[in-house]
Design a protein around this ligand. Structure first.
Ligand code: TYD
Length: 200
């Protein structure tokens, strides 16, 4: 089983992923969680280039680095686990590239990004994608006390476009489940569990 979580910064993905992991373990299903960008030595090194370097980065370089980090994670960890019939949960996957680089930055055409995503994902498609949909106002409120990384400093207009990207994706892709993340976390978790149960 291959499940991915998407949403803008502050949407509660990490919390919901750990709640789901706990729920799955009560069903005797052990799951493996990775974050994107990251999850392997090489991908974590790319992550720190992407998020913590203060220098200006060319948008195409950014697009290719997110894709490189992904390719390494999928090849090194995710494919072997799925081949072994294990459950993998990703904190972001290529839909983030569509939303952030495609809609937000407009680094390349959406067609080119789709193509690149297929290459970087080695053809993998998630069984289920949860889009934790949060208003930008609530996202601002939830992340205002955090140290913002390079992406999070991109501003309101950028995040409006990113949200539009996720909305478009969810209306197009059947694997997308839109979850209202403005609610309390127990309610969000219950809805996620309902979807996962129907997959089980
Ligand atoms: P994330 O780990 O979710 O950030 P945080 O731990 O701060 O919530 O994601 C890192 C950032 O990278 C986030 O701002 C979204 C961005 N991102 C892209 O722009 N494109 C991508 O393809 C991915 C995977 C992430």
């Amino acid at each position: 089983m291959f499940i991915t979580f998407e949403g803008i910064d502050g949407s509660g993905k990490s919390t919901q992923i750990s709640l789901l992991k706990t729920y799955l373990s009560t069903k005797n299903i052990q799951s493996h969680i990775f974050r994107e960008p990251g999850g392997t030595d090489i991908s974590e090194r790319i992550r720190s280039l992407l998020l913590h370097d203060t220098e200006e980065m060319d948008p195409v370089t950014e697009l290719l680095l997110f894709s490189s980090a992904r390719s390494q994670l999928i090849a090194e960890k995710v494919i072997p686990l799925l081949e072994n019939n294990e459950t993998v949960i990703l904190d972001r996957f290529y839909d983030s590239t569509v939303a952030y680089q495609g809609y937000g930055r407009q680094s390349a055409s959406l067609n080119d990004i789709d193509h690149l995503n297929r290459i970087a994902a080695h053809g993998l498609v998630p069984d289920l994608t949860f889009y934790l949909r949060l208003s930008i106002e609530n996202a601002d409120r939830r992340t205002s006390s955090n140290d913002k990384d390079r992406m999070e400093k991109s501003g309101r207009a950028f995040f409006d476009k990113v949200s539009e990207g996720f909305d478009e994706l969810s209306s197009r892709e059947k694997r997308f489940k839109v979850i209202d993340a403005n609610r309390e976390k127990a309610k969000v978790h219950q809805e996620i569990v309902n979807h996962v149960e129907s997959l089980l």
